[in-house]
Write a protein that binds this ligand. Structure first.
Ligand code: SF4
Length: 902
């Protein structure tokens, strides 16, 4: 094998004026990054449109793609032997296997170490010839890594594999005896410096007659402006507003938003940019309406897209129970057949599953539930068609065989057929196919796998694969600091350039010594090199545009922010300051461009007289908490999903508790009978009631729980009920006259169905005590004020009075794990301990009499009912933010946006 020495050669330059002739003559433009290749392709296409109507596609490639192309061409023409080029993921797998097999290592996270080894191997090969005279010795690298690298070389040699890092050297060595597969000229764009491996290959090509030049764009003199603002969130909104204005003035402008910590801020950026520049994305269920005017320089993990996630979950369903969250995504997946027809029924099913509190669902269980509900026949058919697959989890197959099974299963399930796919989803589908191809193509690396292992590798590969949809030419690029080499813009916003993130902290690869890395000029090897590199990047950015806006947020939370020291020299007295005001933010950029703005009236829409409203005291409770909540739930019939929780919901617990107590008092009737029973007898009776209630209620609700869950629920319920009955036993005589009584009541014209938990006759039948069982934290204070927190008991009290039954006491029967109590207010003394006379309560003492207090409550209830009937639906939480905290309607009422606008 011959060695080729690198040598420094001055290279000539070409500029913007030369780039078209250069490309027209078949020249290849190589870029330092994928992002720059994409940007320059669009720049060339745009400028050609000005003077040509037809042109051939320019050859503009990132360095890595060019190397692979050259490798494939040389192999196809027989210039090099048929060696297999390892993908990055396959290479990592090989490193991982070597590391795991190394018995001297006891590792917690071999995948992480494999990534470091892969990176160290690349650094090594970028800077040293693998067989050169100055090659690294054991003393320069971590000893284990040295051994792993030797093993890696042996394995690659034995199997005929080549890693990406070796390509430049291998190409030079294999092609030195023949002519290179390219003859065209090559121009380099965006390379601040070349690695020795790159230099070596380029020198070799130059010696073979290939012209190598540098494409250097003329630096620009930027007008710099500072933009002081409060915090990073405000800065993002200002930047979006600035971009909007720029495009409004001149849609041809090309803008950059350059962010040092782009990955950390991506979500917040996306949210705010969408809100101002691409609002229709939020108005549409699909992403197909309009064209997003911005693009990020970095893509997303393939596994993070719901289409791919759904496919993997469907496959995982073959060997494991599915978590409730995954199941919800499957039920709401637009990629399964019948989605548009069954969307609402599937959403209801997802809500129902949440109510059950089940954390894991078996495939058969799910099919049975869907069958019971009888509302999603298409989904049922899709699931039933894949249930018989049930691949044996012990089968051990090669990846290619698994991939065939996966494809058949997804076809049977109709994955991808829920609705027509848009362009981005078609790209995703291609990426998924490539992923499967990549997985099945490397049998020798994976060997035979069980289903679980095969899916685990596939998921890992999907997670590590970066996907970026083709977007065409867009006016705004949001770029990470390491993707902006070579880019030029009309105007740039530097976002979040504070001293905490720039210069950034870099981590040196620990597998190669610091001295060697310094010799190579690796920036992470020393602070000096890091600062030098950061200064160069900053200088290049400040000469990449005609106008530069520098955002200067003052604080982030409780942390004071200072501008990065790298930019302070640019922000001297000459910097113009200009402040964009949030109130003036332009809105709906794309919407204005694509559709007409719809105007709407905020006038309330009264409830149609005579129309039935389905709901009870909850209507008044929600109207009091926030008029919009009541409107959304009882007029729009919005159902917000309950939070996922382990085990059965609190609501189910509450309903079982009510049912048990109702039946107990049906049978026992009064306190005297209870007192005559011994503890064992009471417990036996309660147990029997609990068993029968469970059987009836769970069956009627179509709920299924494991035996363990049922046992736990029953035992918890038994404890609660026994504690409560002990308290009842200690009371003076009473008899229970009403239990879970349903009736209709009228409040200011609003007819409500109510269900009173219980009414007791006390004081030898002279007085009525109204009791409401509660398992949460409530108190009688919730019955007062213009917007009472808990208007339920005042409403029940009013309903009984309307029937001529005068109530002299109201009580909350608190039945909780941490204790039981009977808490309330009464007309006078003589009620159980914690039921105080009303005038001794701090909010009750304002009234002269019990009757006056009840009349005032009636007035408040009628006011709330009137507001509901008149259609008052303002998002007006009783107490912000507490009331909103447990409400799940934020996306509908847009309270956050409204408060931002205030
Ligand atoms: S989130 Fe707040 S404002 Fe919106 S509906 Fe709920 S309580 Fe009302």
């Amino acid at each position: 094998m011959s060695l080729v020495t690198c040598k420094d050669q001055p290279r000539s330059n070409i500029s913007d004026d030369d780039i078209h002739p250069f490309l027209d003559q078949g020249g290849i433009l190589l870029t330092c990054s994928v992002h720059l290749a994409r940007n320059l392709r669009q720049y060339v296409d745009r400028s050609r449109q000005e003077y040509q109507s037809v042109w051939s596609s320019p050859k503009i490639l990132p360095w890595s793609a060019w190397l692979e192309d050259m490798w494939d061409t040389a192999m196809l023409s027989g210039q090099i032997p048929p060696l297999r080029l390892l993908s990055s993921q396959h290479e990592k797998k090989v490193w991982q296997q070597i590391i795991v097999e190394d018995s001297s290592s006891e590792l917690v996270y071999p995948a992480g170490l494999a990534r470091q080894a892969q990176n160290a191997w690349r650094l090594w090969l970028d800077h040293e010839h693998p067989h050169g005279q100055n090659r690294l010795g054991q003393e320069s690298v971590n000893q284990s890594f040295f051994a792993w690298a030797q093993k890696f070389s042996e394995i690659c040699r034995a199997n005929g594999w080549v890693s990406q890092a070796e390509l430049p050297w291998k190409l030079v060595n294999y092609l030195s005896a023949t002519s290179p597969p390219i003859t065209a000229s090559v121009a380099l764009a965006g390379f601040d410096r070349l690695t020795p491996a790159q230099e070596c290959l380029l020198d070799f090509l130059q010696e073979r007659g290939v012209s190598i030049v540098l494409y250097e764009r003329s630096p620009r003199q930027a007008r710099i402006m500072a933009q002081p603002c409060t915090d990073p969130e405000e800065e993002i909104r200002l930047a979006a507003s600035w971009a909007f204005r720029q495009l409004e003035e001149s849609p041809e402008r090309r803008l950059g938003i350059i962010v040092p910590d782009l990955e950390a801020r991506k979500k917040s950026l996306q949210r705010n940019l969408d809100e101002i520049l691409f609002p229709q994305k939020r108005l549409s269920i699909t992403s197909r309406d309009g064209v997003c005017p911005y693009r990020f320089s970095t893509g997303e993990s393939l596994a993070s897209f719901s289409m791919i996630r759904d496919a993997i979950v469907l496959l995982e369903f073959q060997f494991q129970d599915i978590s409730l969250n995954s199941l919800t995504t499957i039920l709401l997946s637009p990629y399964l057949p019948g989605w548009s027809e069954e969307y609402h029924a599937r959403a209801d099913l997802a809500l129902f599953l949440r109510e059950t509190g089940a954390q894991q669902v078996k495939p058969g269980q799910l099919a049975a539930m869907i069958r019971d509900q009888a509302s999603c026949p298409v989904l049922l058919q899709a699931l039933q068609s894949i249930l018989p697959y049930q691949f044996g989890s012990k089968d051990s197959l090669f990846p290619q065989q698994w991939v065939q099974r996966f494809i058949s299963l997804l076809q049977e399930a109709g994955w991808g057929q829920g609705r027509a796919l848009d362009d981005r989803e078609m790209n995703l589908l291609d990426a998924w196919k490539q992923l499967l191809n990549g997985f099945s193509a490397a049998q020798e690396i994976w060997g035979r796998l069980t289903l679980e292992n095969a899916l685990s590798h596939l998921r890992e590969m999907a997670t590590e694969t970066v996907f970026q949809a083709e977007q065409g030419d867009v006016p705004i690029e949001v770029v990470g600091i390491h993707d902006c080499a070579g880019l030029q813009f009309d105007a740039v916003w530097l976002l979040g350039w504070h001293d905490g993130v720039w210069p950034e902290r870099r981590y040196r690869n620990p597998l190669i010594s610091a001295d060697v890395q310094k010799r190579w000029g690796i920036t992470a090897a020393s602070e000096e090199l890091t600062c030098e590199d950061a200064a160069t990047i900053t200088r290049n950015i400040f000469s990449s545009a005609n106008e530069i806006q520098v955002g200067l947020p003052r604080v982030d939370g409780d942390q004071l922010l200072q501008p990065s020291p790298m930019i302070s020299d640019y922000l001297d007295d000459k910097a113009h300051s200009q402040v964009y005001r949030i109130e003036e933010l332009p809105r709906l950029y794309s919407l204005q461009k694509t559709s007409s703005i719809e105007s709407f009236s905020e006038k309330p829409i009264p409830f149609q007289s005579g129309k039935k409203v389905h709901g009870g005291s909850a209507i008044l409770e929600l109207q009091s908490a926030c008029p919009f909540q009541a409107f959304a739930c009882f007029r729009l019939h919005v159902k917000a999903p309950s939070r996922t929780q382990v085990g059965p919901s609190e609501r189910l617990h509450g309903s079982l508790l009510h049912a048990v107590l109702e039946r107990f008092w049906d049978q026992v009737g009064d306190r005297n009978t209870l007192a005559g029973m011994d503890q064992g007898e009471v417990q036996g009776r309660v147990k029997t009631i609990i068993d029968s209630i469970f059987h009836e209620q769970l069956q009627s609700k179509g709920m299924r729980f494991s035996e363990n869950w049922e046992d736990m629920m029953k035992s918890r319920l038994l404890d609660l009920v026994m504690n409560w009955l002990n308290l009842e036993r200690s009371r003076d005589d009473f008899s229970v006259t009403d239990r879970e009584c349903s009736s209709m009541t009228d409040v200011g014209g609003l007819k409500l169905r109510i269900k009173i938990d219980r009414v007791d006759q006390i004081h030898h039948g002279q007085d009525l005590l109204l009791i409401d069982y509660k398992t949460g934290r409530v108190s009688p204070s919730g019955w007062f004020s213009e917007r009472p927190e808990d208007p339920q008991l005042p409403l029940y009290c009013r309903a009984l009075h309307q029937k001529g039954r005068m109530v002299r006491g109201l009580a909350l029967g608190l039945i909780r794990k941490d204790g039981v109590a009977l808490l309330g207010l009464a007309a006078d003394e003589g009620f159980p301990d914690k039921i105080k006379p009303f005038h001794k309560h701090e909010l009750g003492q304002q009234y002269q009499s019990w009757e006056q207090m009840l009349q005032d409550w009636d007035r408040v209830l009628e006011g709330l009912a009137q507001d509901f009937l008149m259609g008052k639906a303002t998002p007006d939480p009783r107490k912000f933010p507490e009331t909103c905290r447990y409400c799940r309607l934020q996306t509908l009422c847009r309270i956050d946006e409204m408060r931002k606008a205030l």
